[in-house]
Design a protein. Structure first.
Length: 572
């Protein structure tokens, strides 16, 4: 990682004054705008804007960026002519670099500027980083045409295709494409950089859906003139802190409120065509391939999967950050076992997988990036089914029960059960509301969830009804998986319980009950303390099922998300 040619500036702590960024003294002259970007967050400025800055032809490719909801970033960056400092925090220290690739920054509601740029034939690339939610998708993956803001955008573009006011990301893209078609500005490439598998097809679908309802002829034009590029992106970019700004002031003598901290590692893999041209992003390390899928899978299993393992298993041992957890030899051995299990099912060359694993270890050990395990642990019920379950299934299909793969599931279940079940040596002492002593045997994360002896204690589930306590004695002879399904239906104020042997599945709402234990999600299957080597996954070649889509195909609520309290109507 190279740094900017600045010499260290005066140290503000010594009373020396600081200055603001300006193109007269910093960076380089603004390049002509040939790229439009939607979503000016820290990740974009540490990733796509940095790759454009490092391109060999950077002087020919300027970016006009549009913010999300808040115009504050546009005002702050415009005040310093689009310049900002990228603070690369590596193990050896922090290295600041002034980025000049933003030629203009606009608030999201400046639709006149957006239409003007996209009507310019010199503009040939649109990039976007707005998160998956920003594309207003329905549960089927297409555009959610029933959403109120989408309905308003459709009405606005039908009523006035030239000046209609839109607010959603699909609406802004279609408004710009309408202006481009009217100007005859030629083909263009749309490049989403959101951390979503097959993101190019995702954006293509919502744009075509909106174009179809606004103007059916536009959908045909989009198919002929717009390419959608699929990408895989990776670079850890924490939130900016006062320490980051102080470090820039110390080294450069610059007061930059728009400082962006990041790590030395960065990866960008792209697949698709650029009919109007693009910057030489390869000079900065970007890779262009025929299929992004194998790289997405590698990242999902090796990086995201090990992140989840560190978050759940590492926190059970008292670690707070990724760097703290990976420094623990035991936790690192768990990560290596997970990688061994996942790597066996990747299609990339073994040498490339080995190098990627080594790069991940170097990234995790970086103490300058404070990546909190609690932050990674959020939304586990959405992450575990796509990060862990495919590897567990692949191992079962290969005739193996891998502790390295199962430990991730075991650690997640232990995490949901609360602190008293996270440490393999902790013995809970609090009694249950029913008077029964709670199990003194936590799920064994160290052994991958495998019990050494059968556990005769009841399986306990916290229901939705005011945290009511329910327990049933497991009968190993009757149900080898060790679980009973409990469902309480509210009917006239009376609860009816349905019980029967079922394969065990753990799905907990994570919301504390009346005694502090996590509530069980409604209709979930109770999870025993441990299940024949799989911690909630039935032994043998049976399909592994974890929390996934709920009724009507909608995703189930995760523990990290707020939930409205609903009262159950009582019949009188």
């Amino acid at each position: 990682m190279t740094t900017s040619p600045y010499a260290a500036g005066p140290d503000p702590s010594a009373g020396q004054p600081t200055r603001r960024l300006s193109r007269q003294t910093d960076g380089r002259p603004a390049a002509p705008v040939r790229i439009v970007h939607l979503g000016v967050g820290n990740f974009f400025r540490a990733h796509a804007a940095w790759y454009t800055e490092r391109a060999s032809d950077a002087a020919e490719w300027g970016i006009a960026a549009f913010t999300g909801r808040s115009p504050a970033t546009a005002r702050a960056l415009s005040a310093q002519e689009g310049l900002y400092t990228l603070l690369v925090r590596g193990p050896e220290g922090a290295a600041p670099e002034v980025i000049s690739s933003l030629s203009a920054v606009h608030p999201a509601d400046d639709l006149d500027a957006l239409r003007r740029y996209l009507a310019d034939p010199r503009v040939s690339v649109v990039t976007a980083t707005v998160t998956e939610a920003g594309y207003r998708r329905s549960s089927s993956g297409g555009l959610d045409t029933s959403a109120e803001d989408v309905v308003r955008d459709v009405a606005a573009l039908r009523g006035d295709p030239v000046d209609g006011v839109v607010t959603t990301t699909p609406g802004r893209l279609v408004a710009g494409l309408l202006a481009r078609r009217a100007a005859g500005a030629g083909p263009i490439a749309v490049v989403p950089n959101d951390n979503v598998p097959d993101n190019g097809e995702m954006v293509a679908r919502v744009v075509r859906d909106l174009a179809r309802v606004v103007d059916p002829s536009l959908e045909t034009w989009v198919g002929e003139h717009v390419s959608f590029v699929t990408t895989m992106v990776d670079r850890i970019t924490p939130r900016t802190t006062a320490d980051d700004r102080a470090e820039v002031a110390r080294q450069l003598g610059i007061d930059d409120p728009e400082t962006v901290p990041t790590e030395p590692f960065s990866e960008w893999v792209l697949s698709g065509s650029f009919p109007g041209g693009r910057p030489d992003w390869e000079a900065a390390g970007a890779r262009f391939v025929d299929d992004v899928g194998p790289f997405e899978q590698r990242k999902l299993w090796l990086l995201n999967g090990s992140h989840s393992l560190l978050a759940y298993a590492g926190s059970s041992l008292g670690h707070e950050t990724v760097a703290d957890a990976i420094a623990d030899p035991e936790v690192r051995s768990w990560v290596e076992e997970w990688w061994d299990a996942a790597s066996a099912h990747l299609s990339l060359p073994a040498d490339e997988v080995r190098d990627y694993r080594a790069a991940l270890l170097a990234r995790y050990r970086n103490p300058s990036i404070r990546h909190l395990l609690a932050q990674i642990a959020a939304d586990g019920s959405q992450k575990i089914p796509i990060r862990a379950v495919p590897v567990v299934r692949a191992e079962l299909e290969a005739g193996r029960v891998s502790r390295g793969a199962l430990r991730l599931v075991a650690a997640w279940i232990a995490h949901l059960r609360g602190p008293e079940h996270r440490s393999p040596t902790h013995t809970p002492t609090r009694s249950s509301p029913s008077g029964r002593a709670p199990s003194t045997r936590p799920l064994d994360v160290r052994s991958g969830g495998s019990p050494s002896t059968p556990d005769p204690t009841p399986t306990r589930c916290w229901g939705r009804s005011r945290g009511s306590w329910r327990a049933s004695r497991r009968d190993a002879a009757h149900d080898p998986a060790g679980g009973h399904r409990h469902r309480r239906r509210h009917h006239g104020g009376q609860g009816r319980r349905f019980r029967g042997p079922r394969p065990t599945r753990a799905r907990w709402s994570g919301r504390p009950g009346t005694s502090g234990r996590p509530r069980r999600a409604a209709g979930a299957w109770c999870a025993p303390r441990a299940v024949d080597g799989s911690a909630g996954v039935p032994a043998g070649p049976a399909a592994v099922r974890l929390a996934g889509p709920g009724r009507r195909g909608r995703p189930r609520r995760d523990a990290a998300l707020p939930r409205r309290r609903r009262r159950t109507a009582r019949r009188r």
